[in-house]
Design a protein around this ligand. Structure first.
Ligand code: PDD
Length: 284
């Protein structure tokens, strides 16, 4: 069951006009919220980022955070599985094709899919990544549904049998095609600073909070391409992939070629944090 413009309907019955500006222009924004034990993880932070994205495209938020929470709860309740991945999407609505903003209600869509934990084998071995030039626009902080550049960049990884494409802009690491990237050099965890050139990941924030709480030496600063290629460890984070070790980059081993000590530690902290959350602890 999905939510579309005020109604709950089976996904096969859900219809959107071909004139929807999401379809015509990619004119909309979205969020992906992980749900563990039927409880949305870091909901407030996701809704805060949604507001940032809506402000970025000058679209009024159709609901209050309480209303979003209620709707998301209902979608989760109507779908199978304790762990789910909720996708919510707002477009500028349906209007005759013309670039200026129309005066019409937005299209609001929420769906949910089962959320599966990363395969043990991938946690054990890590994943491969390739690099590519970051040719996206310069408002990557907006979670826009116009994902064509991300799709094309991700396909470079798929074609190379890899799991992610790590993006480089002007000689510096930005993020992955659908993830944030951390590296480790000489036992220091390095994270690129948030800017208009990357999505402010909710999992990225969780990682940095865990790093601070556990007194792990870290620096939030620009990471050069050379540092990426000489990293002892590389990790990716996202709401759907949690934290994963990147153990091959452009067909070369990263460090020893196996998930490193920092990854194992952070993965464990993340799982402990999630477990606290699932037992009903606070989410901050
Ligand atoms: N993508 N950077 C990009 C470009 C992303 O698309 C994502 C997530 C992230 C990680 O953000 P978070 O930790 O909040 O999930 C970083 C989602 C999962 C997607 O598009 O499916």
């Amino acid at each position: 069951m999905i939510f579309l413009n005020g109604q709950f309907v089976p996904i096969e019955k859900a219809c959107v006009s071909v004139l929807d500006r999401g379809f015509i222009f990619g004119d909309g924004v979205y969020e992906v919220i992980p749900v563990y034990s039927r409880r949305p993880f870091r909901l407030e932070k996701h809704l805060h980022r949604l507001q940032h994205s809506l402000d970025g495209i000058r679209l009024k938020n159709p609901y209050t955070n309480e209303e979003w929470g209620e709707l998301i709860g209902q979608v989760v309740g109507k779908n199978k599985g304790d762990d789910q991945s909720v996708y919510l999407h707002i477009t500028r609505g349906v209007a005759k094709r013309d670039h200026p903003f129309p005066d019409v209600p937005p299209t609001i869509f929420i769906m949910s899919n089962p959320l599966l934990p990363p395969l043990p084998e991938l946690l054990e071995k890590g994943v491969a990544a390739v690099t590519a030039s970051d040719n996206r626009w310069i408002r990557c902080d907006i979670k826009s549904i116009s994902l064509l550049p991300n799709v094309l960049l991700r396909q470079i990884a798929v074609d190379a049998g890899a799991a992610e494409t790590i993006l480089i802009r002007d000689g510096y690491l930005t993020e992955g095609s659908a993830s944030n990237i951390f590296i480790v050099k000489d036992q220091v965890l390095l994270a690129p600073p948030k800017s208009h050139l990357m999505l402010p990941g909710i999992t990225y924030d969780v990682m940095l909070e865990l790093v601070i709480k556990n007194h792990i030496i870290h620096e939030v600063r620009e990471i050069s391409e050379e540092e990426l290629f000489s990293a002892d460890e590389i990790m990716l984070t996202s709401s759907t992939r949690e934290i994963m070790a990147v153990t091959r980059l452009n067909e070369q081993p990263v460090g020893t070629g196996s998930p490193g000590a920092m990854f194992r530690q952070l993965h464990q902290f993340y799982q402990q944090y999630k477990a606290t959350r699932m037992r009903g602890g606070t989410d901050s």
